[in-house]
Design a protein around this ligand. Structure first.
Ligand SMILES: NC(=O)c1ccc[n+]([C@@H]2O[C@H](COP(=O)([O-])OP(=O)(O)OC[C@H]3O[C@@H](n4cnc5c(N)ncnc54)[C@H](OP(=O)(O)O)[C@@H]3O)[C@@H](O)[C@H]2O)c1
Length: 267
């Protein structure tokens, strides 16, 4: 029997790559988009879903179950970036980021868990970020929303193991996708105390994404995890230095690690 997979945010970048890879491997894949009618080149079906709208989540999940009768793997991939000096990011945008990166994925899990409990099986993969492991300058909100999702996963895992359901986090490093174009950038304000440093850091951050790895690497990693009987709590996918930065955080004294990050971002 071919397994049924739902990927939130299957219209571009990592979600699209995962969907195409799994579709070619014979899985029954459903992706989602806020505007599926605008996506012309998807090789798997896209359902309408906005993770900030609970009704749209429940309706998409119900549709998959109605068509396929089951739901084996859910990939909580939809997410957005946000940059800026915390002092200058509008509160509304901070909340908006948490709606998409944190509350949305929780609503998706709430929507699929009843079906998975009934089946006595299921795998949920939450796409977080290597940025979730450390508070990054001018990306502190993104680090926080993804870090919060990492912790929810840790706790929920232990609650649902009894039902045969597995949950895991996959933290990508930099991948070349549309994320930089789609993220909320607090504007570099002329005359602001942060103008020079934030302006330069923003340029460096965008270069990192543009020079990022091919998202197919994420698709291969996800496929491998799906073949694992008992997945780990956390996975990291990226180039060596990005993954190693997490090891360093654990090994170094806090201030030494902070200094290293500040040197990296030329602060
Ligand atoms: N690229 C990286 O370097 C990187 C690094 C670490 C983590 N990540 C994480 O990886 C995931 C995928 O990002 P990506 O790099 O592939 O970015 P992307 O190319 O911008 O794709 C983002 C996807 O999320 C969907 N999406 C955005 N807001 C949504 C909402 N409110 N409701 C439902 N879907 C929404 C978009 O679909 P529509 O616009 O069609 O609705 C799109 O399919 C995100 O969670 C991101 O935070 C990426």
């Amino acid at each position: 029997m071919n397994k049924v997979v739902l990927i939130t945010g299957g219209s571009s970048g990592i979600g699209k790559s995962i969907g195409e890879f799994l579709h070619k491997k014979g899985y029954i894949v459903y992706g989602t988009s806020r505007n599926p009618e605008k996506v012309v080149n998807s090789i798997f079906p896209l359902l309408a879903l906005d993770v900030r709208n609970a009704a749209s989540i429940h309706s998409a999940v119900a549709k998959v179950i109605e068509i396929s009768g089951r739901l084996d793997v859910v990939i909580n991939n939809a997410g957005v970036g946000i940059t800026g000096p915390l002092e200058e990011i509008p509160m509304e945008e901070i909340k908006n980021n948490f709606e998409t990166n944190f509350f949305g994925p929780i609503e998706v899990m709430k929507a699929v868990l009843p079906q998975m409990r009934e089946q006595k099986s299921g795998l949920i993969i939450n796409i977080t970020s290597i940025a979730a492991y450390m508070g990054l300058p001018y990306r502190s909100v993104y680090s926080a929303s993804k870090g919060a999702l990492e912790l929810i996963t840790e706790g929920l895992r232990m609650e649902v193991k009894q039902f045969g359901i597995e949950i895991t986090n996959v933290a990508p490093g930099d991948f070349a996708t549309n994320i930089a174009a789609g993220r909320f950038h607090a504007p570099v304000i002329k005359g602001s105390a942060y103008e020079k440093v934030y302006g330069e850091t923003l340029a460096t951050m965008n270069e990192h994404v543009d020079a990022g790895s091919n998202p197919n690497e994420m698709a291969e990693a996800i496929y491998k995890i799906m073949q694992t009987k008992k997945p780990n709590v956390h996975y990291k996918v990226g180039v060596f230095m990005q993954k190693f930065s997490i090891v360093l955080k654990r090994a170094l004294p806090d201030k030494m690690y902070e200094k290293m990050l500040m040197n990296h971002y030329k602060l």
